[in-house]
Every structure is written in structure tokens, then in C-alpha cells.
Write a protein that binds this ligand. Structure first.
Ligand SMILES: Cc1cc2nc3c(=O)[nH]c(=O)nc-3n(C[C@H](O)[C@H](O)[C@H](O)COP(=O)(O)OP(=O)(O)OC[C@H]3O[C@@H](n4cnc5c(N)ncnc54)[C@H](O)[C@@H]3O)c2cc1C
Ligand code: FES
Length: 249
């Protein structure tokens, strides 16, 4: 996949998380699309660029919000590295104006919901946002989320209760919503799939591990239903956002 060197215009670090904003003159990202990012095309450790959701896009600048987990994200969060990114890829959230939308995010997976909220605002589509703040989240992350998602309902959770169900309980009656757009840990995605079935349509953003991100390696295959039969779809091309009823988990 072709990567382009881009100009970084801002970097913030809060707790184990970082935000990197860069000029992006290319294709405008759709909410739920992702880019492949790395700091060098020479240093091959790590060998592969890392997939990160387009967190936001404003005035020609695209931002990435991520948790530092290993070497790839640690390098991306450093002060002065160069930045190489792919154009935004994948199939994101489908925005439809059929009624009130709930945006639901869990843990460090909230990233794509910022751009989604912006696009819904622009289209005049009413939405409520619910973001989980896990007990393990550093205080700096919780403070940043509360400042940057001012209209969201923040839901602190503990490890002893069921965090996903705690967040879903805050939505109240799901029938109030025309659709749910969810980006969270797999337990949250599965809970939404279970509770929304037959009641309200839900779109789930998956974070399958990726290698090529162009559809050729099948490393990101997820089980789906196709004409009643179990089949596989590639999260990097047919996803990473899937309608809940399509997934054959
Ligand atoms: C489509 C997509 C979008 C993503 N968007 C974001 C985002 O917006 N913000 C963000 O913080 N992260 C996001 N991720 C996850 C991010 O890509 C990984 O955390 C990153 O690749 C880890 O690279 P590393 O070199 O830092 O760590 P590594 O050394 O590669 O891994 C560190 C640890 O993280 C685990 N890990 C690696 N990849 C994943 C994954 N996909 N899911 C769960 N655990 C993983 C590894 O098993 C290991 O335990 C996204 C992943 C995908 C597939
Ligand atoms: S990562 Fe290679 S097919 Fe999706």
C-alpha cells in the first residue's frame, strides 16, 4: 500500500494516549475509515505500518487518536518523528437521516466517533453519544475525553460490573433510536449485537489485526452470513464497519 509523507501540525500526549494531527490534502476520510501509519519507510522494526481510525478531519487536517501499546504506536507518539500514512481506506459507517442515532464507544476504541459526530452534525442528523470511561483509564485520558466530546454522556465503569451492559443501560429504551453506531471492545460489540437484534439496526466497527490492508492477505478475515451460509469477509475492504446482523460470530 502506498504511503505518503505528511506534515504533522500538532501532537498531544495524555497518559498512555496520543493525538497526532497532520495536513491531508487527499481524499476526505469517511467516519469509520482508517489509515495505515508509520514513522519511517527505512526502519523495518516494526515491519508493518499500523492501522488507526480517522479520528477527526477539519480544515484539511486529519487526526489520529491512539493508545500506545507497543513499538509501532510508541514511535508514532514520539515528539519529532516523520509520519507516513496511506489514504483513508475501508468501508465506514453509513450515515442515514432516518431518525435519532446513538453513538456508543468503549475504552480506547472511541476514536472514529468524533468524525462521525461531526458528519452527523453537518447533515443535521440528531444523535446522542455515550462513551465508556473504564476504571483502568488514566485520569489524563478521562479529562481529555470529557473536554473533547463535550456533548457526550460519559459512563464510568468498573471491572467488577459488566462494563458493556452498564453503558448500554444508559441508552435506555433502544427503540428510541433509528440506529446504533458502535466502536468498542469486542464484548461491547457482542452485547450490542445481542440487545439490538430485531429491534434497531446497529453498525459495529471491528479492530481485527491487519497486515496488507488492501484485501490480498486475508489476515483480517471475519465470519459473516452470506445468503444464509457462513462465509468470510475482509475487515480491511468489506469493513471495518459491519452491520451487526451480518457478523457470524
Ligand atoms: C481498523 C483498525 C483501526 C484501529 N484504530 C485504532 C485507533 O483509532 N486507536 C487505537 O488506539 N488503536 C487502534 N487500532 C489498534 C492499533 O492498530 C494497534 O493497537 C496497533 O497496531 C498496535 O501496534 P504496536 O506496534 O504499538 O503494538 P504491537 O506490539 O503490535 O502490539 C501491542 C499489543 O497490542 C495488541 N494488539 C495489536 N493490534 C491489536 C488489535 N487490532 N486489536 C487488539 N489488540 C491488538 C497485541 O496483541 C499486543 O498485545 C486499530 C486497529 C484496526 C485494525
Ligand atoms: S489485512 Fe490483508 S486482507 Fe485485510
Amino acid at each position: 500500500m502506498k504511503l505518503y509523507e505528511v506534515e504533522v501540525v500538532a501532537r498531544e500526549r495524555f497518559g498512555d494516549h496520543a493525538l497526532v494531527r497532520y495536513r491531508w490534502p487527499g481524499q476526505v476520510p469517511e467516519p469509520g475509515q482508517f489509515v495505515m501509519a508509520r514513522t519511517s519507510t527505512q526502519n523495518l522494526d516494526p515491519f508493518l505500518p499500523r492501522p488507526l481510525f480517522a479520528h477527526d478531519y477539519e480544515d484539511g487536517a486529519l487526526s489520529l487518536l491512539f493508545e500506545v501499546r507497543g513499538r509501532g504506536t510508541a514511535l508514532l507518539a514520539e515528539e519529532d518523528p516523520r509520519l507516513f500514512v496511506s489514504p483513508p481506506v475501508g468501508r465506514g459507517f453509513e450515515v442515514d437521516s432516518g431518525g435519532l442515532v446513538a453513538l456508543v464507544g468503549g475504552g480506547v476504541w472511541v476514536s472514529p466517533l468524533k468524525l462521525l459526530g461531526r458528519v452527523l452534525d453537518r447533515g443535521g442528523i440528531a444523535h446522542d453519544t455515550f462513551l465508556e470511561i473504564p476504571a483502568t483509564a488514566p485520569e489524563a485520558y478521562a479529562a481529555w475525553i470529557s473536554e473533547n466530546y463535550p456533548n457526550a454522556t460519559l459512563v464510568p465503569t468498573t471491572e467488577t460490573s459488566n462494563p458493556s451492559e452498564t453503558v448500554l443501560a444508559r441508552l435506555g429504551a433502544l427503540e428510541r433510536y433509528a440506529s446504533l453506531c458502535v466502536s468498542g471492545p469486542v464484548e461491547m460489540l457482542k452485547a450490542v449485537e445481542r440487545f439490538s437484534a430485531g429491534m434497531v439496526s446497529a453498525q459495529l466497527a471491528l479492530r481485527e489485526r491487519m497486515a496488507c490492508a488492501n484485501g490480498s492477505c486475508y489476515g483480517c478475515a471475519v465470519p459473516v452470513w452470506e445468503s444464509g451460509e457462513r462465509a468470510y469477509a475482509r475487515a480491511c475492504v468489506e469493513g471495518p464497519v459491519f452491520p451487526a446482523e451480518v457478523l457470524a460470530w
